[in-house]
Write a protein that binds this ligand. Structure first.
Ligand SMILES: NC(=O)c1ccc[n+]([C@@H]2O[C@H](COP(=O)([O-])OP(=O)(O)OC[C@H]3O[C@@H](n4cnc5c(N)ncnc54)[C@H](OP(=O)(O)O)[C@@H]3O)[C@@H](O)[C@H]2O)c1
Length: 476
């Protein structure tokens, strides 16, 4: 005869019903809060709802297959669970309380006759598993985590070439993620502007942020591609609040025009993610006669961020995330040769110097805007297998392919810096895999205070120089 075990656990969490339901309803996030789970994957397309399917791999070495069979937004979800050892019906009920939300979890496990005797001998095991999962969920939704603060902890390993580079691979990601905390922040009240949203890391970050409910403004250079990405993301996440803005960010006329449109629309910006990027070989100049790496990777983000400052300030607690690269660590800024005009041009060096410049801006903005609660951070995505890497670095990709991260893994720290509550605790830092790292490994890459001042002046002059002139009023 088969045997049934019933669990019935309730917790109360200090979070609004809408936020609580949004977090739990995407059941793939169980990997963040159930300590018994190793990983969880969404198997179905589209937003959570009836028919959503998840594969949940347990640390104990077996997998569960979840199918959502009832789904009442803000109220209930019922799932059929199948595994090698048992089947189950798991129901999660949500109810608003004066201080937050009550979550009730009812599970009915059916063990086949062959395992019934065993399951009868250990009734407490299932109860314990259910309790620890619910306590994990309560902690995730309390969201009282502290961000790691000590960048120097990594200084030695980063300086040693092999361990430093291993950290950039997918193995570095897998090792780091064991230390991560759940991210239950609700983004339904946030507006995020993201550049380079049509490919690779930016596309992966957009998908995550859209599924967390943020209102997104995706910036891309090609209108048709951008619109198709936005439509795909809307369908995949059920988030209708995804807008698009077309701009070639290596052209300052486009950057100014984009900033003007966003300022005119007037929606406060809770997070600006400067992600668009490319590596140029041989040296190229734009129609505005600017060297392309400098234009796209440094001057463009400078002008966009400076001009959007009023909207960042208007959000009252906003964030800027600058996507840099580990290559920056090998270079010092050359203020007298920002456009790589002297000596032999190398695309990787021009790229790394521009990223170094954006690191300097990250630190300067962090200081300047601290009082306005604008948190500015930079990050390295690690080495991710993206269309950008495939086209700019085909030999590197061929050599390192088994070590490369997925675009989602590369995008993880972008999303964390933009979304996680605790990520607002620090400003001006350089992050890899949700941990701060030194932004200089060698004394030779350090700029002087005079270099910093000269860089800021040169960029400000170019911003003024490229600002479109206001048309004189017509004489009548
Ligand atoms: N992948 C890595 O291993 C790695 C490592 C370190 C740093 N990064 C940084 O991560 C960021 C994203 O790179 P990725 O690897 O995801 O590359 P990707 O797949 O090529 O994506 C780059 C994005 O930037 C956009 N973009 C390029 N030039 C632009 C321009 N002139 N105007 C507007 N948008 C432009 C691209 O638009 P289209 O779709 O139109 O091409 C695309 O959306 C870059 O800043 C890169 O430097 C990547």
């Amino acid at each position: 005869m088969s045997h049934e075990i019933v669990l019935d656990e309730s917790i109360e969490v200090p979070r609004a019903l809408q936020e609580t339901f949004a977090y739990v309803a995407d059941f793939s996030r169980i990997e963040q809060w159930d300590p018994g789970v190793r990983s969880a994957t969404t198997l179905s397309a589209g937003p959570p709802g009836v028919g959503s399917e998840y594969r949940v791999d347990m640390k104990a070495g077996f997998s569960l297959h979840y199918t959502v069979i009832e789904f009442r937004p803000l109220a209930q979800m019922l799932m059929q669970v199948e595994s090698r050892f048992f089947s189950a019906r798991e129901e999660i009920l949500f109810e608003a309380t004066p201080d937050g939300t009550r979550i009730r979890y009812i599970a009915r496990f059916s063990f086949p006759a062959s395992l019934a005797a065993l399951s009868r001998r250990f009734p407490g095991v299932m109860q314990g598993v259910g309790k620890s999962a619910m306590q994990g969920l309560r902690r995730a939704l309390e969201d009282a985590y502290t961000a790691p603060a000590d960048a120097e902890r990594h200084a030695l390993a980063d300086r040693l070439i092999l361990p430093g580079m291993l950290g950039f691979t997918r193995f570095g990601y897998q090792r780091a993620r064991r230390r991560w905390k759940p991210v239950s922040a609700w983004l339904g009240d946030r507006h995020i502007v993201l550049t380079g949203a049509t490919s690779g890391i930016g596309l992966a970050a957009s998908r995550s942020l859209a599924s967390m409910g943020a209102k997104l403004t995706l910036v891309g250079r090609e209108s048709a591609k951008l619109k198709s990405v936005a439509a795909t993301l809307r369908a995949a996440t059920g988030n209708a609040r995804i807008g698009t803005e077309t701009a070639d960010l290596s052209l300052m006329a486009d950057v100014h025009a984009l900033a003007k449109r966003l300022l005119r629309a007037g929606h406060p910006i809770d997070a600006l993610i400067n992600n668009a990027g490319a590596l140029f070989n041989p040296r190229q100049t734009t129609a505005e006669n600017l060297e392309k790496s400098f234009a796209l990777l440094l001057l463009g983000p400078f002008i966009l961020t400076e001009r959007l400052h009023p909207l960042l300030a208007a959000a009252q607690r906003s964030r800027v995330v600058n996507v840099l690269s580990g290559g920056m660590l090998s270079q010092r800024i050359r203020v007298r040769d920002l456009q790589s005009e002297r000596g032999t041009y190398s695309g990787s060096v021009a790229y790394a110097r521009a990223k170094r410049g954006l690191m300097i801006l990250t630190e300067e903005w962090a200081k300047r805007w601290r009082e306005e609660n604008i948190v500015v951070n930079a990050m390295h995505p690690g080495w991710a297998d993206t269309p950008g890497v495939a086209s700019a670095l085909p030999a590197f990709r061929r050599l390192t392919r088994p070590l490369l991260r997925t675009p989602e893994q590369g995008a993880d720290t972008v999303v964390w810096l933009a979304a996680a509550t605790e990520a607002a605790q620090q400003s001006g830092a350089f992050w890899l895999d949700r941990e701060p790292h030194p932004s200089h490994l060698f004394a030779s890459t350090r700029e002087t205070p005079e270099d910093r001042a000269a860089l800021l002046q040169a960029l400000a002059d170019l911003m003024t120089g490229t600002t479109p002139k206001r048309r004189a009023p017509r004489k009548s």
